[in-house]
Design a protein around this ligand. Structure first.
Ligand code: ATP
Ligand code: MG
Length: 302
């Protein structure tokens, strides 16, 4: 499949931008998908409230960030005051994850839910990803490519979709001229609302960070190729940390970063979003996929 993907990419390089948009239109989450997820969320919230009257349930992740596919799961954040009580209630069902997650499916369908408790940074950073609509097709094709290459599964020691999204955003930020600025720096009100202060302020699905008029006129195809090329040849995995918050990469000087294979800074909490990549073999596989795709593209471009 990987070869086929790259083969098609090589043959149709000049049509890549159109193909990316086509793929995006075919795969993107539909309003009926959002409606289904929202209906489940509302019902669940109602049920949970019978046990915890103050509890609130929020949809996060690609369902709300605009980076969702028809097959994407629904990420949920349950916000409760009685943290200890609810954890006791969920104990038997928790699966192993960096942030404990309760995973379940809607009865009779494949719609999967990942529910965390009080991890409100997820609400916050989801809306940070809700960027310019022009780059959403690019983000989606990157995710599709990574999934095809089996490097998009944090539970298997590779990259989460969130880590990939931050890697892509950072690439767009450091281009000259940049495609995107630091949203936290330039749009502090839209990008930096704080749900721990006021959860009623959570933007709805129509919220978007103001359109940024970039001087960079590269096509989606150029940007996709540029992303692959950057992480295959230019990015220094051994010495650099990816920072979307500051729109830069910085040196892994602090002990928090040193020795980690891939460092992607969480824009609000400063932990490593790529911490799932803790095995050398998995790290090598990720780098190999970038190298491989570039070798094939170079071959077809000859
Ligand atoms: P997919 O469509 O593949 O499900 P996604 O955009 O929902 O992609 P996930 O990796 O499933 O991405 O993450 C869901 C949400 O959880 C992210 O949008 C982010 O808000 C939050 N999240 C995931 N990983 C982290 C992390 N390491 N630190 C903080 N928040 C995270
Ligand atoms: Mg998700």
């Amino acid at each position: 499949i990987r070869f086929e993907f790259v083969y098609l990419f090589g043959v149709m390089l000049f049509q890549v931008s159109a193909q990316i948009v086509e793929l995006f239109e075919a795969c993107r989450q539909q309003s009926s998908d959002l409606y289904r997820k929202e209906t489940c969320r509302a019902q669940l919230q109602k049920d949970i409230k019978t046990l915890y009257p103050d509890a609130r349930l929020y949809l996060t992740g690609s369902t709300m960030s605009g980076l969702g596919c028809r097959s994407s799961d629904a990420d949920l954040c349950l916000v409760v005051g009685l943290k200890v009580g609810i954890y006791k209630f969920l104990q038997v069902l928790l699966i192993r994850a960096k942030v404990p997650i309760l995973r379940f499916k809607e009865k009779g369908s494949n719609l999967e839910f990942d529910l965390n408790v009080n991890n409100t940074v997820g609400i916050r950073n989801t809306f940070l990803l809700r960027t310019d609509i022009r780059i959403q097709p690019l983000m989606l094709v990157i995710k599709k490519w990574a999934r095809t290459c089996e490097i998009n599964d944090a539970s298997k020691g590779t990259l989460s979709s969130y880590a990939l999204a931050l890697m892509a955003l950072n690439y767009l930020q450091i281009l000259k001229p940049c495609v995107l600025p630091s949203l936290q720096r330039d749009h502090p009100v839209s990008a930096c609302f704080d749900p721990s202060l006021d959860l009623d302020m959570v933007p709805d699905a129509s919220h978007r960070v103001p359109h940024y008029k970039s001087k960079n006129k590269s096509s989606l195809g150029d940007l996709f190729l540029g992303f692959l090329k950057y992480y295959a040849y230019k990015f220094r995995w051994d010495s650099k940390v990816i920072s979307v918050r500051d729109a830069i990469t910085f040196a892994k000087v602090s002990p928090d970063w040193r020795g980690k294979f891939i460092c992607v800074e969480e824009p609000f909490e400063m932990h490593n979003v790529a911490r799932a990549v803790h095995e050398k073999a998995k790290f090598d596989a990720i780098k190999a996929r970038f190298d491989e795709v570039m070798c094939l593209i170079s071959y077809f471009l000859k």
